[in-house]
Design a binder for this molecule. Structure first.
Ligand code: IPE
Ligand code: IPE
Ligand code: MG
Length: 246
């Protein structure tokens, strides 16, 4: 296992959990078996992140575009999701994890929303890691909705247009209460963002790994974190400036 510097962990880690289907196919199994196995990985990674001291973990679980998948797969994913949320609440309580969801909640079936509301309510007093599931989430949709609400506030005279800046706009996004991700991991070898957190990823370190989500484990997580820790985040400055501590 790579040695990690606990002072330099990402405060916010975001993950695009990809490759469940390919993992299953390579074993001649149905895609849903891959999703089920993917849930096991979620358990492992959530637990490990909370143990090592990540403050925010955001998992892309179902995209706004994933509604285009075959109905049977969508239905199976939804019931898996519900089962996961319900089963995980006691473990979240044990680990002091606060549960959160981002995405277009109104697209989700009522039974999922009920489970989500329950989990949010029960874990709301926890003070440890914030676990956010992105469900029916699409970043362009999020940005358009933010612009719509902001325009409404300007029209109603609650905000003047000169006040609009990055900070104010960020407050209209689902992620208003969170810092931007420091590190984004995507599994399965795909090198794209797939409409995930486009605004929030502006200065995030990206890490793509050629392993399917069901096979991503604690070792792979530590490898990603070690890689992150070896990077220099310059935010537009020069390396010399950073070394001089300015
Ligand atoms: C990620 O695995 C899970 C979801 C998108 C819900 P995929 O289902 O996308 O797996 P691949 O990409 O087809 O292998
Ligand atoms: C992105 O994965 C969404 C999730 C991980 C939930 P996809 O597998 O849906 O992404 P694309 O469509 O291949 O880009
Ligand atoms: Mg995929």
């Amino acid at each position: 296992m790579k040695l990690l510097n606990s002072e330099k962990l990402p405060r916010h880690l975001a993950i695009i959990m990809d490759g469940n289907g390919r993992w299953a196919r390579s074993r001649m199994l149905r895609r849903i078996v891959g999703h089920r196995q993917g849930v096991e990985t979620v358990r492992t990674i959530v637990e490990e992140c909370s143990t090592i001291g990540v403050s925010y973990l955001t998992l892309f679980a179902f995209s706004a575009e994933n509604w285009l998948r075959p109905k049977a797969e969508v239905t199976a994913l939804m019931s898996l999701l519900k089962k996961y949320i319900e089963l995980e609440v006691p473990r979240m309580m044990n680990n002091n994890i606060r549960f959160n969801v981002i995405g277009n909640r109104s697209d989700l079936p009522p039974h999922i929303n009920k489970a989500v509301d329950e989990a949010i309510r029960i874990t709301s007093g926890n003070t440890g890691m914030v676990l956010t599931l992105a469900l029916s989430y699409g970043s362009r949709q999020e940005i358009a909705a933010a612009a719509r609400r902001l325009a409404g506030d300007v029209a109603a005279g609650r905000i003047s247009e000169d006040e609009i800046d990055e900070r104010l706009f960020s407050g209209y996004l689902f992620t208003a209460e969170m810092p931007d991700p420091d590190l984004l991991i995507r599994t399965s070898g795909e090198m794209r963002i797939s409409n995930f957190l486009l605004w929030q990823l502006a200065y995030t370190e990206l890490y793509f790994v050629d392993i399917n989500w069901p096979e991503f484990g604690v070792r792979e997580l530590h490898q990603a974190l070690a890689d992150y820790q070896a990077r220099e985040r310059r935010f537009g400055r020069t390396s010399d400036q950073l070394q001089a501590g300015s």
